[in-house]
Design a protein around this ligand. Structure first.
Ligand SMILES: Cc1cc2nc3c(=O)[nH]c(=O)nc-3n(C[C@H](O)[C@H](O)[C@H](O)COP(=O)(O)OP(=O)(O)OC[C@H]3O[C@@H](n4cnc5c(N)ncnc54)[C@H](O)[C@@H]3O)c2cc1C
Ligand code: FES
Length: 262
């Protein structure tokens, strides 16, 4: 699979909340070959602090020219990224990883939590193209309405009305996405595509296991190189040993992973 390391120009910055932003970056090379579920490694600043690139899912592409990343400020790298300006250039490596496998035979359900929603918009678009007769069900969770509103609107623009859950009850169900899933008629065969905080993915995996549904999870482990050259991203796998989230994933069949269930 081709990968590029290049200087990409920031053509647009959208600020959803004080700490959630979306960047549009110009890169025909990356935008034209990226698959939903793949990610890029971004050097967040021009100095050596922080030294390592940071991984971000590709949240959508447009016209084989631009791609977007949606991110939340959690530390040094994302804080520097949040202070970038339109017109500036960022060094980006990608697209990396395997991406989701779209299955048109089953009902499809996209389940995203927090910044894990990022790759699902790109996935929804690809799914609507590939399986036009079976639009996916979309279930999105976050802390509050403010974090979700624009994302829900983006799915609505695709004709997809998302079920929502928020921690504070300000939008949709007051509680967890899995509680929403329990109320939906997903049929006998449903493939779930999941990205979000680890406890949420564990809960969705258990929900799917109970119903014998397929479940693909995108693992957002910490990463140092993004290319299989360190052990920064390893995840324990059922067959024994470890997989690299950066090269064997970030998307795994949930059944292949070891889940810590308390
Ligand atoms: C494949 C992949 C895709 C990702 N996609 C997105 C995305 O689309 N949007 C987004 O906002 N984030 C995404 N992340 C997470 C993002 O990479 C981290 O938030 C970022 O690297 C933090 O960098 P920092 O320098 O700001 O924080 P750091 O200073 O490195 O860390 C600050 C705090 O955040 C925690 N942290 C760091 N990385 C992660 C992580 N991966 N998961 C949970 N906690 C973490 C640290 O433990 C620490 O407590 C993705 C991660 C992976 C592996
Ligand atoms: S991040 Fe280095 S091996 Fe995966």
């Amino acid at each position: 699979m081709s990968q590029f390391q290049e200087k990409t120009q920031i053509t647009r910055i959208e600020r959803f909340t004080e700490d959630i932003l979306r960047l549009t970056l110009e890169s025909p090379e990356i935008a034209s070959i990226a698959k939903p579920g793949q990610f890029v490694m971004i050097r967040t600043g021009n100095s050596s602090d922080p030294l390592l690139r940071r991984p971000f899912s590709i949240s959508q592409t447009s016209n084989n020219l631009h791609f977007q990343v949606l991110f939340k400020v959690v530390g040094r790298g994302t804080s520097i990224l949040a202070h970038c300006r339109e017109g500036e250039f960022l060094s980006v490596l990608g697209p990396l990883g395997n991406g989701f496998t779209i299955d048109c035979r089953n009902r499809n359900c996209l389940v995203g939590g927090g910044m894990g929603i990022a790759p699902l918009l790109f996935l929804a678009k690809a799914m609507l193209r590939k399986c036009p007769d079976t639009p996916p069900i979309v279930v999105l969770g976050s802390r509050n309405r403010e974090e979700l509103t624009t994302l829900v609107y983006d799915f609505a623009e695709l004709g997809l009305s998302a079920y929502t859950a928020t921690d504070d009850g300000s939008l949709g169900h007051h509680g967890l996405v899995t509680e929403v899933l329990e109320t939906l008629d997903l049929g006998a065969d449903c493939t779930n595509y999941v990205c979000g905080p680890h406890p949420m993915m564990t809960a969705v995996h258990l929900f799917c296991k109970k119903r014998n549904y397929s479940c693909q999870v995108s693992m957002e482990t910490s990463m140092a190189c993004g290319m299989g050259a360190c052990l920064g991203c390893i995840v324990p796998v059922e067959k024994g040993g470890y997989g690299h989230a950066c090269t064997d994933g970030p998307v795994f069949d949930a059944k292949e992973l070891v889940w810590e269930v308390k």
